[in-house]
Design a protein around this ligand. Sequence first.
Ligand SMILES: [Zn+2]
Ligand SMILES: [Zn+2]
Length: 130
Amino acid sequence: MTESRTAKYKVITDDVGYRFIFYCDISDAHVCTTSRIYHGNSEKEALLVAWQTEGREHFNRCHKCGRWVIDAVYNAEVLECVECAPYEAEPKYCKNCGTKIEGYFKICSCCGKKLIYEGSAASNDTKGSV
Ligand SMILES: [Zn+2]
Ligand SMILES: [Zn+2]
């Protein structure tokens, strides 16, 4: 199956072929400019080759919305962009007794209830598996 969608890009055309500049779909940050010149029957064809060869490896794909984003706006724990899966804030108050939590504690200093840190249970590092 061919990946037909790429991140945002700009094309630089000259008489020998195409070069591409890729940008993050969310932050618009400049991610990479292809070092090679790509040839193809069309810009689209050259783009796909350039993307597969040089662009894609710099990006993470959100499994929810399908956008290509850089590490800074990618929540790797759930494989989604931060717009689909914002980083969970640490709990500020105990959900049981309401005591204010200062610092990183696993157990409430007041009632002894375990504090829930969203996302902390995920500990798989199977990045790169298909
Ligand atoms: Zn997303
Ligand atoms: Zn408590």
